[in-house]
Design a binder for this molecule. Structure first.
Ligand code: PXP
Length: 249
């Protein structure tokens, strides 16, 4: 199996900084460290309410990833404001996510079926600017078809429900993993690149990494939390080794 890419999401370094209105910890420093410790790219979500990453962070992370030569996966809601910001930075990829102000974190995937007419023109503008487009969707066959039809090259499947089920000891975990695997096969057969993200930790990464069609995992909250105990670099290195071990099996 091919090597699985690890994208590190540094949003919650900014959450910690903003809790005090301070200038530290700096998410840009975390992004630099993450890439030096084995991250294949950086993911950052500029939310409409700017609750963690700021416009200045995005500008700095965009410059840093360009300097280091690694991709920035810019997570964003499909709005005119975010589209303009994304086009101004021209990141490697735009990952289109749903966003509701009252949510604690991204809850579930983007409804590409229902939002087709709004999403498709935006995707066209990104592609014309040389930005790859990823749709963050549930493991749902209709959403996979819709992502293909709006012109996205990538689908990132929401791994959150599976990871939550494992942590809760729910008997749904197996079925949720099966639907992720089936959706990954479907997307791959349609020529879409397959990513996964949300809620992944040391316990859940193995089963997800073993899905052969997976090309990239984007992991944030758990790694930033684990950094408190083992340091960000070792947490990333351990995640990387669990991914490699899973792929080698
Ligand atoms: N991928 C997407 C599309 C996300 O919205 C998030 C959360 O910002 C992640 C990956 C990372 O999820 P987590 O922080 O739970 O690891």
């Amino acid at each position: 199996m091919t090597r699985l890419r690890l994208g590190v999401n540094i949003d919650h370094v900014a959450t910690l900084r903003n809790a005090r209105g301070a200038t530290y910890p700096d998410p840009v420093r975390a992004a630099r460290l993450a890439m030096s410790m084995g991250a294949d790219g950086i993911t950052a979500h500029l939310r409409e309410d700017r609750r963690h990453i700021s416009d200045a962070d995005i500008a700095a992370i965009s410059a840093l990833t360009r300097e280091v030569g690694k991709p920035l996966n810019f997570e964003m809601a499909v709005t005119d404001e975010m589209e303009a910001i994304c086009l101004s930075h021209r990141p490697h990829a735009a990952c289109l996510v749903p966003e509701r102000r009252e949510e604690v974190t991204t809850e579930g995937g983007l409804d590409v079926v229902g939002g087709h007419n709004r999403i498709a023109p935006s995707v066209r503008r990104f592609l014309a600017a040389g930005i790859r487009v990823s749709c963050f969707i549930d493991a749902d066959p209709q959403q996979v078809l819709a992502a293909k039809s709006v012109g996205a090259q990538i689908v990132e499947f929401t791994t959150g429900p599976y990871c939550d089920a494992v942590r809760e000891g729910s008997d749904q975990a197996h079925a949720l993993l099966e639907s992720l695997s089936a959706a990954a096969r479907q997307a791959h057969a349609l020529g879409l690149e397959v990513h996964g993200g949300h809620g992944i930790d040391f316990e859940t990464v193995g089963a997800i990494a073993r899905i052969p069609e997976m090309v990239e995992l984007n992991i944030g909250h758990f790694l930033i939390g684990e950094a408190v105990f083992m340091g960000l670099g070792p947490a990333i290195q351990h995640m990387r080794s669990l991914m490699d071990e899973a792929r080698a099996q």
